[in-house]
Design a protein around this ligand. Sequence first.
Ligand code: ZN
Length: 243
Amino acid sequence: MPHLYCHDHPETLILETQVLEARPGKVLLVQSPFYPGGGGQPPDRGLLRWRHGEATVTGFDYDGGKLWHILSGSAEPSGTIEAVVDAGFRGTMRQLHTDTHILNALIYQAFDGALVTGVQMYEDGTARMDFDVPGADNDRIRALEAPINEIIARDVAVTFGYVPLEEAQAQHGLIRSRSVAPPPTPDGLIRIVEIVGLDRQACGGTHLTGTGGSPAIRILKVDNKGRHNRRVRIGLVGSAAAA
Ligand SMILES: [Zn+2]
């Protein structure tokens, strides 16, 4: 995964940049504010504007380490571009993504280092996480709702940094899941996201800068997925699913 602009600038949702290369319906930019998806977080939406046109960004394509923006239609933009990320969608994803880290941290602590086996965030303000917690009592998982909301209410700082891959692999618990952890950057570094005093883990998504940026959450459902796995569904209070 290349180093993404949105990792270091999660608040920048409108960026003026230049076309590096264009083909009909797809374009490579000098800098891109978009999150292309991964680790359970769906890709950003938004649009590109240029002197003689505008197009919706419908997806992303990695080709030789380059991030192509796939456009609606077959325009071939050139020159200066204004890239605009859909703020509402990104905002919901940052909230859900941060909240999944809190849930993950509390499960990890309460269930003896239990690992994540899958995660997916949704546009409707819900997310699901799967954990390998053999024999877990589902009521103990449901009871984590109050401690999660306490951490949200305390507005704990969320920070990030980079460590060499070998160091990340050597430190127990830093990589919670092969399916969630980001691949290293071209210079061999792993991005670490920290909820200060609570949790550190490898992650390549976009997060809040403090947990208080999220509304409270509800644990909507805990399902058994086989003997080992539990699927936990959370929803942001105020979303249709967890009004
Ligand atoms: Zn994350």
